[in-house]
Each structure stands twice: as structure tokens, then as C-alpha cells.
Unconditional design. Sequence first.
Length: 177
Amino acid sequence: MKRLTLVALLILTPLFAVACSSDEAKTTTTTVAPQVGNPDPPLPIDINTIPYKPSDLVALGNASIQIDTPVTAEDGTFSFNVSITSGALEPISLTPEMFRVYTLDGKSYISETAPGIEQFGTRTLQSKEVYTGTFSVKIPTDSEPVMFLADLRPIGDRHFPGAWVFDPNFTPEPSEG
């Protein structure tokens, strides 16, 4: 008899627990993580492994680049100033496609024209010439801008790609080694 009671108790316990539970007791919290995508186009293989921060002056071969802290206007336009100094002996030609803002979802955008702002990147620089302009883009999704890429490789083999992160709290993790 004890064995039968034990078997009945084991069978009924899960049913009792289900019958006694209520919707109030089943409060679950779901946190939606931001959608992270693969960079499109892919990042250059020889890009710096630790990205720079706004205001860092960076030599990318025969050119130096510095960006300001970005701002987002009321109309959603994301913009920042970029300054490029040519260190090449010959003129170098820049194109807008060399400069991109990547968002968390992996999409990238080149600078657009905006009222009072020309498209950033269309310029030929002479040796030691400084070009300062505003990189301006309106991101059509609600994905957050995370990085600025300057890929100067099309200029020649003495120019490199570089990336800046927009997160002011970014601190690189120490490398293992």
C-alpha cells in the first residue's frame, strides 16, 4: 500500500504544481539585445585591432586624420568634423567611398550632402595640404552608429585603413600574451 501511495504521489505532484501555478507567478522579463550585423562592406583585413577615439590624431601612412566628437541633430542627422593632412610628396585623391560610418546592425553609410554641407571626401590634396570637412549622414534605421572607417588603401601602398569608435567610454581590453 505504501508503494502505491508513493507512486500516486509521484504522478500527481507535477500535475498539482501545474494546477496551482498562476500567470502572476510566471513573470518573465525578456530583454531585447541590439541586433548586431556583419559589416557591409567587410572591414579591411589590415585594419587596426584597437580602434581610435574621436580627437585622436592618427597617421595612416602618408596621411594623418583626426575626427571630432559626433553630434546628432534634431532631424536625426549624424555628423562630425574630419581633418586630413597629406604627408605624401605627390598629390593624393580622396573619394567619398573611402570614408564610412558603420552602424551596430553592420550597415555602412558614406557622407551625404546636407543643407550647407558638401559631401565629404571629394578632394585632391597636395603635399602638406590640410582638408577639413563635415562627415554628415542620416541613418534610415534606428541602429546606433558605432564606428568611422577611413580606408586610404586605394590611394597607394603607403596609406592604410583606420577605425574610430564613437563610444566615449570605450576602453580596449588588454591583449593576451
